[in-house]
Design a protein around this ligand. Structure first.
Ligand SMILES: Cc1cc2nc3c(=O)[nH]c(=O)nc-3n(C[C@H](O)[C@H](O)[C@H](O)COP(=O)(O)O)c2cc1C
Length: 219
């Protein structure tokens, strides 16, 4: 699959089989991920790969529980719905949508690893560069994975609720930040087109391209 097709066909995959990913395929994806550009050439990043079944189970449970809390908070609730019911609904939704995360044969974490290469005056911008660089690496991974028929889903929100426990599971030192993760695995099928829930609000590309100055869109 060429890069254009991989870009077009990459989708957030939330349904995984337990089919193993061959070691050489995984290595291929990781090496392509780390070919991404990094701010100041700092390589202020690492990728952490989890394949151990016990550790995968802990991560899947943590992410699914985080998904439940995310769903409970993001749903446009009516004021009169009690808090307790929201979490129950979120939990049921997360189990329905995300339970196959427990089957995914691998998890990949994009880590910011500060290299202390910025002077104080440049540190804030440098940190932003480091986060952006990790995102580039992960997009490389997502596209390369798609080309191999392997699914992924950029995930930044579900793990926020229990970041300390996640750090513990992964043995991360305090300065290393797991800014993004993805399950990695072969899906039953890749989703096609814009997800039904997104169709109402989806912005067409011509509305998002401005020529020369702000406001002059193609739409
Ligand atoms: C920065 C970022 C964070 C995301 N965080 C999550 C997340 O925490 N959980 C999740 O299920 N999907 C997450 N997504 C996936 C988006 O929901 C998904 O990419 C979007 O709905 C568009 O769908 P598509 O990727 O199939 O085109 C995230 C995507 C991005 C770019």
């Amino acid at each position: 699959m060429d890069v254009v097709e991989a870009i077009r066909k990459r989708r957030a995959v939330r349904s995984y089989t337990d089919r193993p990913i061959p070691d050489e395929t995984l290595d291929h994806l990781l090496r392509l991920a780390l070919r991404a550009p990094t701010g100041s050439g700092a390589q202020a990043w690492s990728i952490l790969v989890v394949r151990d079944a016990g550790r995968r189970a802990k991560i899947a449970d943590l992410v699914i529980a985080g998904g439940a809390r995310y769903f409970a908070q993001m749903r446009p609730w009516k004021e009169e719905v009690p808090e307790g019911e929201r979490l129950a609904w979120g939990t049921a939704s997360a189990e329905k949508v995300l339970s196959s995360y427990r089957a995914a044969p691998a998890w990949v974490f994009g880590l910011v690893v500060p290299r202390d290469n910025y002077p104080a005056s440049m540190r804030e911008g440098g940190h932003l560069d480091d986060v952006i660089s990790v995102a580039f690496a992960m997009e490389n991974l997502f596209l390369a994975a798609r080309a191999e028929g392997i699914g992924s889903v950029p995930t930044t929100a579900f793990q926020r609720f229990e970041k300390d426990r996640l750090r513990e599971i992964l043995g991360l030192p305090a300065e290393v930040d797991p800014v993004i993760l993805t399950p990695l695995g072969y899906p039953e099928a890749f989703p096609e087109g814009v997800a039904p829930a997104m169709q109402k609000t989806f912005r067409a590309w011509k509305t998002l391209v401005h020529d020369e100055t702000w406001g002059n869109t193609r739409a």
